[in-house]
Design a protein around this ligand. Structure first.
Ligand code: GTP
Ligand code: MG
Ligand code: ZN
Length: 295
């Protein structure tokens, strides 16, 4: 007969209602107990949970500890970092996408890391310059030669990091370069679509050799952003860290910082203290979010 014991651990895989909980490297595949389901408390990857271990590799999650934060899509709790990966070229960076992602990271109070990969294809200084000015930590990498990989790996050490970025920028390649045991699928989109046909979508945290966890997620798409109310209009002004110090100096107290006269944010853009592309993204988001009913 197996003895049930009470344990505490972190969810590292969520798949079709089953959760793999890691407790000091011992894995237990759990279901959520009925009470949690009735209370609509949905366990997420990254959650610290209390569970009953049946002693045979299965168990029941009985409680969720309070979360530091969570990313609603892809569904990861307690992330320390949001690592936004772009390529210096191929695909061409979509800065509006990056800026939407930074807003989501700021809202979750996760540290934002910007990685510009494929620096062999084009000089990455322009993009790195933009995001350094915002106060984000930035890295230039090449996953084929390993340039910048060690620095990025050190920064992730001991942290829970969510990787996000458009398809093809090299997220999986970077993870493979940092952690050879990771074995992520890389390659062209068409190859992946073929492969992806039979693979179940699930969310998984990979435990790294340096004591942290990585979520290599398909990431958020811009459709998610509009559909899921990831950011409310009332949260927009607080979502651009580099603008905060100027916002209090505008002529009008209720300044929208989009085109008002006497706007200190616009002056800072004009004299180069705030990157122009960031302000353009702010204005686009302002227009996008202001007419939404749900704030
Ligand atoms: N030139 C160059 N190509 C790279 C570099 N890193 C990755 N690639 C290539 O870019 C392509 C896409 O890489 P992946 O790692 O699959 O990209 P991904 O971001 O994981 O893409 P999704 O899984 O679709 O989101 C592959 O063909 C890689 O070989 C790099 O530093 N330089
Ligand atoms: Mg990938
Ligand atoms: Zn203003």
């Amino acid at each position: 007969m197996n003895l049930i014991s009470k344990k505490r651990g972190r969810i590292i895989v969520s798949r079709k209602g089953f959760f793999t909980v890691d407790s000091e490297n011992e894995l237990c595949v759990c279901k959520a107990c009925t009470r949690l389901r009735l209370e609509k408390k949905e366990p997420l990857c990254g959650d610290i949970v209390a569970y009953n271990d049946n002693g045979d590799g299965t168990g029941f999650i009985t409680d969720l500890e309070p979360r530091k934060n969570f990313f609603p899509r892809p569904g990861v709790a307690n992330a320390d970092m949001l690592v936004i990966v772009i390529a210096s070229a191929n695909p061409q960076p979509d800065l509006f996408y990056v800026d939407k992602m930074t807003c989501i990271g700021v809202k979750a109070a996760a540290e934002i890391i910007i990685v510009v990969n494929k620096t062999d294809l084009k000089n990455a200084d322009e993009y790195v310059g933009i995001y350094k000015k915002c106060g984000f930590r930035t890295f230039k990498t090449r996953s084929d030669t390993g340039d910048g990989i060690e620095e990025l790996k050190n920064c992730l050490s001991g942290k829970i990091a969510v990787f996000a970025g458009p398809s093809g920028v090299g997220k999986s390649s970077l993870l493979n370069a940092m952690y050879p045991e990771y074995n992520a699928v890389t390659g062209t989109l068409s190859q992946k679509i073929m492969r992806g046909k039979n693979t179940t979508r699930h969310i998984e945290l990979f435990k790294t050799s340096s004591g942290g966890y990585i979520a290599d997620t398909p990431g958020f798409t811009s459709i998610d952003f509009e559909k899921f109310d990831l950011l409310a209009f009332s949260e927009l002004k607080g979502s651009f860290p580099e603008m905060q110090e100027y916002m209090t100096d505008c002529r009008f107290r209720n300044c929208g910082h989009t085109k008002e006269s006497g706007c200190a944010v616009i002056s800072a853009v004009e004299c180069g203290n705030i990157p122009k592309s960031r302000h353009e993204s702010y204005v686009r988001l302002f227009e996008l979010l202001k007419n939404k009913t749900l704030y």
